[in-house]
Design a protein around this ligand. Structure first.
Ligand code: AP5
Ligand code: MG
Length: 245
């Protein structure tokens, strides 16, 4: 059992970047929200930011809308510019969780350069190296998770009609808002998203593995148990960083 975080954890620790990799439906968003709450650092979901842009009809949203509806990846330069702007915000100073980024080897290379330039060369105190975790989930389980997902319209709280049902059908437990099916959780789009993952995102894990920076967690377990593995990995990474400094 993982102990709840103390106030000291959430207010003062320098956690650094946490990168969550995993197929569509692996549980990146579910775990990112837990980490964000435990350590008081922001969840940066490129999918959520893009969906918000689509909904608001921004220039970026207009460029991304049709691509996302097909289940394909938005071009690297658009996503990297968007992530750079977000990472420069003040709430990322103690750490942040990247959920769904990087998703191509080009994005991973870009991120390493960005970290080098903007995090490590600024010289204002110790900066923990990123921890890269891949959540591994069986293919058939992914399909069930995606078709069963429901998301709250107000704040993006995540449910599943099979595994994590809300107390009242179609209503968010936390804020009472309506639960909806995500536009790209239709079977034909899910197939394309899984294909994009296989072809373009699997090599990202290999990129980090070759650098000896990839940690895998068993995502087939219930969310609480996956969360325990995730916290254990973050804590041992933080301990190793402290020992090495
Ligand atoms: P994005 O929003 O990132 O979608 P995704 O990668 O397909 O991942 P999901 O959000 O579907 O799954 P998740 O891993 O977050 O799982 P969740 O926690 O919700 O991207 C959407 C689109 O945006 C892309 O297709 C692309 O077009 C574009 N995009 C985004 N980033 C991009 C980038 N970097 N470059 C280019 N394009 C980009 O869980 C899923 C379900 O399972 C839920 O119902 C949940 O309740 C349930 N669940 C979770 N954990 C468990 C568990 N342990 N046991 C049982 N059920 C569980
Ligand atoms: Mg997600």
């Amino acid at each position: 059992m993982i102990e709840p975080a103390t106030m000291a954890d959430t207010t003062s620790r320098n956690i650094g970047p946490i990168i969550l990799l995993g197929a569509p439906g692996a549980g990146k968003g579910t775990q990112a929200k837990r980490i964000a709450e435990r350590y008081g650092i922001p969840q940066i979901s490129t999918g959520d930011i893009l969906r918000d842009n689509v909904q608001r009809g921004t220039e970026l949203g207009l460029q991304a809308k049709a691509i996302m509806a097909r289940g394909e990846l938005v071009p690297d330069h658009l996503v990297c510019d968007m992530v750079a702007a977000r990472l420069r915000q003040a709430d990322c100073a103690r750490g942040f969780i990247l959920d769904g980024f990087p998703r191509t080897p080009a994005q991973a290379g870009w991120l390493d350069t960005f970290f080098q330039r903007e995090l490590f060369e600024k010289g204002d105190g110790a900066k923990p190296l990123p921890i890269v975790m891949r959540i591994d989930v069986d293919y058939n389980q992914l399909l069930k998770r995606l078709t069963g997902r429901r998301t709250c319209v107000a704040n993006g709280h995540i449910y599943n009609i099979y595994f994590q049902p809300p107390r009242v059908a179609d209503v968010c437990d936390v804020d009472g808002s309506q639960l909806v099916i995500r536009n790209d959780d239709r079977e034909e789009v899910i197939r394309e998203r899984l294909k994009a993952y296989d072809q373009q995102t699997r090599p990202v894990a290999e990129y980090y593995q070759q650098k000896g920076r990839l940690v895998s967690v068993n995502g087939d377990l219930p969310a609480d148990q996956v969360g325990e593995q995730v916290v254990r990995e973050i804590e041992s990474h933080a301990a190793a960083a402290t020992d090495g400094s």
